[in-house]
Design a protein. Structure first.
Length: 493
């Protein structure tokens, strides 16, 4: 699918900087840029433009100084005269006046990001220059691109599937090594390849089943081996389950592992949060009930993103309605967190009092770290721990103790490093489609167990194919759905 209009946008982050890149793509990209870009130094007829030619296959880079014509060095008068994968030095002019000296990258369809003729203008990063260049391009016939429209065109023109296109946004937003590696793997087609293999196998079988339906008057004919189909359906079900189950780890890597900090009032929850962040984020006071609502902050520990939630102090004897709501939210956050830090005051609570609390914490069925605070005053040894509950004693004034807490949190998170080719689901849309595909393949397995007819089996297989196709975009045709996906992209990408 080729579009009939040409779009442009600033592809570098908003604001001024050393360099800004303005991207132009569409059928008239060269025609529009020819009207505003003069190759070479404007006004100097003796100089020829410096062009750098990139050979993408051999990764060879060569420099071309004009072109030989009758023994003299000449230069193309227009950008459209340069071959693909060339960077050209030139000037942007408006009404005979030079606006800026630029480098222009030339890409020809279909060998470009969007699959269309594309020009990228690298200019100085002045906001004024960016605005004037955009205004010039629009005056000459280009249109301001919508958010994500370059990547949407790449998808529509078959340069990438939808899951790869979504990975572009994840790559731009990546802030950790794990997020970067997941996005790169998905953008290179790791997830798509897994789904493609599943779909090809299912398509082969549904074709054989439908062939049987064409010969339904010959009941003795059976093109699709039911035993083989059962083995395949079980294999696909297990693969779908593995991919869907990976979403929990993928979501944690992408959005951060939630860690709830809970405990009675005045045990040092806000003090610990401030110490972990190394800044005064939460108000610290001796007055019970100071923290009325949850405070959430993010922190990278060992390259992994964590979301720390400081909660209201837990107590039963409050008459304050607002504080009661805060306590209720504390329990809700503890339920949803992946890790719980339960804080207790070593100067106030004896080891025997903590035994029933540790039993109560085990009901959450997730890693628990009981943190005894104010150990600079109490100087106690840790009590015995077992199961999912561990105990350490610290002083928030000691940097070494804060590092101990961080090390414990990393161990409790138990998030391994993402390998280069590992496929992990990070997108909620993909997860939901996998769940529906899993339900469909379950019905196929049940149908085989109950000797259902081929037409009913084919219907469930087609439904599974539909949901797998939704992930890569093969089954998505509405502009509304695509518009919703690409609207989340930044302008210029």
């Amino acid at each position: 699918m080729m579009y009939d209009d040409t779009i442009c946008a600033v592809s570098t982050p908003p604001g001024s900087g050393g360099i800004a890149v303005i991207r132009v793509t569409g059928p008239d990209a060269f025609g529009i840029c020819d009207e505003i870009v003069v190759p070479g130094k404007y006004g100097d007829s003796l100089s020829s433009p410096l062009a750098i030619d990139f050979d993408c296959e051999s990764r060879d880079v060569s420099m071309v100084e004009g072109r030989a014509e009758g023994g003299k060095a000449t230069k193309p008068k227009k950008l459209s005269g340069y071959k693909a994968n060339t960077v050209v030095y030139g000037s942007v002019c408006r009404n005979g006046e030079v606006l800026d000296d630029v480098l222009v990258s030339v890409f020809r369809a279909p060998h470009s990001y969007t699959g269309e003729d594309t020009v990228e203008i690298s200019c100085h990063g002045s906001l004024y220059i960016q605005q004037q260049l955009m205004q010039l391009l629009i005056e000459k016939g280009a249109r301001q691109a919508r958010p994500g429209e370059f990547t949407q065109r790449a998808f529509m023109n078959g340069k990438m599937d939808l899951s790869q296109a979504e990975a572009v946004a994840d790559l731009i937003a990546s802030t950790s090594a794990g997020m970067h590696r997941l996005a790169m793997n998905q953008m290179r087609g790791g997830f798509s390849d897994e789904l493609k293999q599943l779909r090809v196998q299912l398509l082969d079988f549904v074709s054989l089943i439908e062939l049987e339906l064409d010969f339904s008057d010959h009941e003795e004919l059976e093109f699709a081996d039911r035993t083989q189909l059962g083995d395949l359906a079980n294999k696909i079900r297990n693969k779908i389950i593995d991919l869907a189950d990976s979403f929990a780890a993928g979501n944690a890597i992408k959005n951060g592992i939630p860690v709830a900090i809970i405990g009675k009032p005045n045990v040092g929850k806000s003090t610990l949060l401030n110490a972990l962040l190394n800044e005064e984020r939460a108000i610290v006071s001796d007055i019970p009930g100071t923290t009325r609502d949850t405070i959430e902050e993010t922190l990278y520990i060992g390259g992994q993103l964590f979301r720390f939630i400081d909660t209201a102090g837990l107590r039963d004897d409050t008459s304050d309605h607002i504080e009661s709501l805060g306590i209720q939210r504390s329990f809700e956050k503890a339920e949803k967190a992946s890790i719980i830090l339960y804080l207790f005051d070593l100067t106030q609570e004896e080891a025997e009092e903590l035994v029933p609390i540790s039993h109560w914490l085990r009901k959450f069925n997730k890693p628990i770290l009981m943190v005894g605070t104010k150990n600079d005053l109490a100087r106690r040894s840790p009590i015995h721990t077992s199961g999912n509950v561990q105990v350490i004693h610290i002083s928030c004034r000691e940097p070494a103790d804060i590092e101990r807490v961080k090390n414990y949190i990393i161990r409790l998170a138990n998030v391994g490093k993402v390998t280069e080719n590992e496929v992990i689901v990070t997108n909620i849309r993909h997860y939901e489609a996998l769940c529906r595909a899993g339900e469909s393949i379950e019905r196929v397995i049940e149908g085989l167990d109950h000797n259902l007819s081929g037409d009913l089996l084919a219907e469930d297989i087609r439904e599974c194919l539909h949901y797998l196709g939704e992930i890569t975009g093969g089954e998505i045709g509405t502009e509304e759905v695509l518009g919703n996906i690409f609207s989340k992209f930044c302008i210029g990408k």
